[in-house]
Design a binder for this molecule. Structure first.
Ligand SMILES: [Zn+2]
Length: 341
């Protein structure tokens, strides 16, 4: 089978399309034919060799954590799946042994692992990370689902507990995670405002019904958002950008509001005014990926047709290197989906 692997960290050129042996599923694993996957910033952090242990993988590695696929073979002890099942993945793999896991709080497992391995014709998937999916969901939508929608669900539903009384501001609303946040906040009944970095991206969000979209490269963004929220500011700021937006997130948030974050695409190191933080009584919530419960909650909405991810490009396995460059440049509006066939 074909797989895109990395043998070392580095630029997009370390992604190599190779012919390798077909994997054999272990006792508790599924072998899945990959219909589609997509590229995520997480893949880029791993490829570049981000120093945080959460981004460390054994080499050679097949990256890719999103999946639309069909089960083609089963391990000996797998019971809940059959050949031909349409599946996706919840990439967050808690250890199942620590205090947090044993007390039904797997989101806080300190020994978690993250699934990867879908930049290929076939992927091995632990049965405990697999979810069955209804056949009517498109491959493009399902390949845009796991990393973005499960993560955003945990951030907004699990952490910020978003509801109809909230006004949610989403940075970079056409990004995979950003658009997932817009759709989940809307599904929870909240009002949504967003930012985008180009006129084209702003127009896409406006066409998809986001009432106020501001350009995050232009001055006056905080003032515009404050005006657009009746002078109060958003009750929830959805952060995943980091250095370039952090101070503005804290400045715009409503009194007693929440800043929830699960990413730092522009840089990890930020500065902030601690006095402004505590006088305004803000809550800063960190989050990462999401559990099987989050996955099931979000998947229900995807299957019901409530979510419609923005797909900006579809490429083949031989173009994964190019897809990484496109994601790094921000040149595509929406997700970049990879289809092996
Ligand atoms: Zn654990």
């Amino acid at each position: 089978m074909r797989a895109v692997r990395i043998h070392r960290t580095g630029g997009p050129e370390v992604l190599e399309l190779e012919e390798i042996d077909e994997p054999i599923p272990g006792r508790r694993e599924l072998l899945v034919r990959v219909r589609a996957t997509s590229v995520n910033h997480r893949d880029i952090w791993i490829r570049r060799g981000h120093p945080h242990p959460a981004y460390r993988v054994a080499m050679p590695a097949i990256l890719g954590i999103d999946l639309s696929g069909d089960v083609v073979a089963l391990g000996a002890t797998v019971e809940d799946f059959s050949e031909g099942d349409r599946v996706t993945v919840c990439p967050y793999l808690p250890c199942e042994r620590c205090t947090f896991c044993r007390r039904a709080r797997p989101q806080y497992c300190p020994n978690f692992d993250v699934y990867h391995g879908t930049y290929a014709d076939l992927a091995i998937l632990p049965a405990r990370a697999a979810l069955k999916v209804a056949p009517h969901v498109s491959d493009e939508a399902l390949a845009s689902f796991s990393n973005s929608y499960i993560t955003a669900w945990q951030m907004l539903v699990g952490k910020a507990r978003v509801g109809p009384a909230d006004t949610v501001f989403v940075w970079a609303g056409t990004s995979g995670l950003g658009y997932a946040a817009i759709e989940i906040a809307r599904a929870a009944g909240a009002r949504v405002l967003a930012s985008a970095g180009t006129q084209e991206k702003i127009a896409v969000l406006e066409r998809r019904g986001v009432g106020l979209v501001v350009n995050h490269h232009e001055p006056g963004l905080v003032e515009t958002v404050t005006e657009g929220t009746g002078g109060l500011g958003p009750t929830v700021v959805f952060e995943h950008v980091g250095r370039a937006t952090w101070e503005r997130s804290l400045t715009m948030a409503a009194s007693g509001g929440t800043v929830v974050t699960a990413g730092a695409t522009s840089g990890d190191e930020v500065s902030m005014d601690v006095t402004a933080l505590f006088v305004k009584q803000l809550r800063i919530l960190g989050s990462r990926l999401g559990t099987m419960d989050d996955a099931l909650g979000a998947l229900g909405h995807l299957e019901a047709g409530h979510f419609d991810p923005i797909v900006g490009a579809v490429v083949g396995l031989r173009d994964v290197e190019r897809a990484h460059r496109m994601l790094e440049e921000g040149s595509v509006v929406g997700k970049i989906v990879v289809k092996p066939t």
